[in-house]
Design a protein around this ligand. Structure first.
Ligand code: SF4
Length: 373
């Protein structure tokens, strides 16, 4: 039974949620799963592994919400809270340009005072304009579906109007974060103030229909079980069939060293379980099949060595240089806050695969037109 499912999935045939659940829960040699995911990856996208030169900017950690897994958020005036000025932002973007970045990834806490002339949207538009004035050709990958809903709620305007204005100002794509686990029972436990599953899917669908692509993510390794993980993957697969707007899937294993004690106790560990993460990485590749071509591990969560292992479990991208990272580092991750291009290239070469530099949307960067073995 398992061998038949793996054989079909590795050839790009769609497997059912029940079959995906079996792959996650049945007992069989893990190398069968690894080989099937690796084969499907090879069939779909070949051997080359991509990376992106990007800078991550979290413009504030002041946030009105209190997600159980989040060690990044602060109240206003709480020690450790920050809110970047426009000058800070310009300096970071200029530095990113000097270092060859093709992408700025911009996200932040939900700060109720983040307004201009009484409008939250105006504040976010100012962020976009500041970045695009400093770096007109950079790809701006900005604002999660949760941030889009925050702007809409604060200003009493529709989601589509928020997306339209941000797109007009220069947002090129959205991070598919805030998805956590797309199952409302789990969301109520770990992020009860966040948008629900239907709202996340609706915002991403609207973005895709307007020509704004998004990534997709899953937070794993805390309170969810295999059934929730498969439900999440099923929701993404159905979404992708409808819109085709997902550029990639990124698995984000839970880092809990600085999480609240109750959550740490229930999860029973502080750093990701690499074996369980690799298994889910492979099942995600097989389940999303030909619908989602690109799969990325999180070197921030797994460390670069863990991410390199994930390249052999179905992944074809190692992510970005980031240059700075706060959210996971403040949660207690030890993988570092930035990687040089050379580090990413060496990591890819260590598994005997060629590398290539991509844009955010998986096109080759003109400066690096050829694959390097
Ligand atoms: S995960 Fe995001 S929304 Fe939740 S508390 Fe942290 S910063 Fe706020």
């Amino acid at each position: 039974m398992i061998t038949q499912i793996l054989e079909r999935a590795s050839q790009g045939e769609e497997i059912s949620p029940q079959e995906g659940y079996l792959l996650l829960t049945a007992s069989y040699p893990p190398e069968w799963l690894q080989q099937a995911a690796d084969e499907l990856r090879r069939n779909l996208v070949g051997e080359a592994v991509s990376y992106v030169v990007n800078r991550n900017i979290n413009f504030t950690n002041i946030c009105e919400q209190h997600c159980g897994f989040c060690a990044f958020r602060r109240d206003e005036n709480q020690p450790g809270s920050y809110w970047l000025t426009s000058e800070d932002l310009v300096a970071k973007v200029e530095d990113a340009l000097r270092r060859g970045a093709t992408e700025i990834c911009l996200q932040g806490g939900l700060h109720p005072q983040a307004q201009r002339q009484g409008s939250t949207l105006n504040y976010y538009l100012e962020l976009v304009t500041t970045i695009k004035t400093t770096a007109p050709t950079i790809h701006l990958h900005a604002f999660s579906p949760q941030e889009i809903q925050f702007i809409s709620r604060q200003d009493g305007i529709s989601i589509s109007d928020v997306l339209k204005e941000l797109q007009k100002a220069g947002v090129d794509s959205l991070p598919g974060t805030a998805a956590e686990v797309l199952d409302d029972r789990i969301r109520r436990l770990i992020c009860p103030e966040k948008i629900d599953t239907a709202t996340w899917l609706s915002i991403v669908t609207q973005a895709h229909r307007m020509g704004i692509p998004t990534t997709s993510t899953m937070l794993c390794g805390q309170l969810e079980a295999a059934e929730h993980q498969i439900r999440h993957l099923q929701a993404l697969r159905e979404l992708q069939k409808r819109t085709g707007g997902l550029t990639e899937f990124i698995l984000l294993p839970f880092v809990g060293a600085q999480a609240p004690v109750w959550l740490r106790r229930r999860v029973g560990r502080e750093q990701p379980d690499l074996g369980a993460t690799l298994k889910l990485t492979a099942v995600a590749r097989l389940f999303l099949g030909r619908w989602v071509r690109h799969h990325q591990p999180s070197w921030v969560k797994l460390g670069l060595a863990g991410a390199v292992q994930a390249l052999q479990w179905g992944c074809d991208d190692i992510g970005g240089t980031l240059m700075e990272e706060h959210i996971t580092t403040m949660a207690g991750a030890t993988g570092g806050t930035g990687k040089t291009v050379a580090e990413l290239q060496q990591a890819i070469q260590s598994v005997g695969r060629p590398y290539w530099q991509r844009t955010t949307l998986y096109r080759p960067c003109q400066e690096v037109p050829e694959l390097v073995a």
